[in-house]
Design a protein. Structure first.
Length: 117
């Protein structure tokens, strides 16, 4: 009795040399069980329907609460320029560091101009 190589052996024998029962050359056909319809329990069906209705009611209640929250929130005030601070321009301190220059702080613009190389 010899041991066959896994790569060179036949499909009828395994790597240990033992004969395979369900080898690829002649696969064993298994019988499928017949379909038997399940009996439906009316109590479980009724309970499942009640739970589904309860979940749907909870979902509708939640959506209604969300609508109420959104409607109770006030509208955001529009931002409007008052003219208190007038922007003269934008200065560059170092490389790409942009700094706004306002009209009431002209000393800051002079300082930034002295800092440049």
């Amino acid at each position: 009795m010899s041991v066959t190589n896994f790569y060179q052996g036949s499909l009828r024998y395994g790597p240990t040399g033992k004969r395979r029962k369900g080898h690829a050359a002649n696969p064993v056909k298994k019988k499928r069980p017949e379909f038997v319809p399940m009996k439906i329990d009316p109590i479980k069906v009724k309970l499942a329907q009640q739970q589904a209705e309860l979940r749907e009611q909870e979902r509708l209640d939640f959506l209604e609460r969300i609508k109420n929250v959104k409607s109770s929130m006030g509208k955001k005030e529009n931002l409007q320029y008052t003219g208190e601070r007038k922007l003269l321009g934008i200065a560059t301190m170092h490389k790409s560091n942009a700094v706004p220059i306002f009209e009431d702080d002209k000393e800051h613009a002079i300082d930034i101009a002295r800092m440049r190389r």
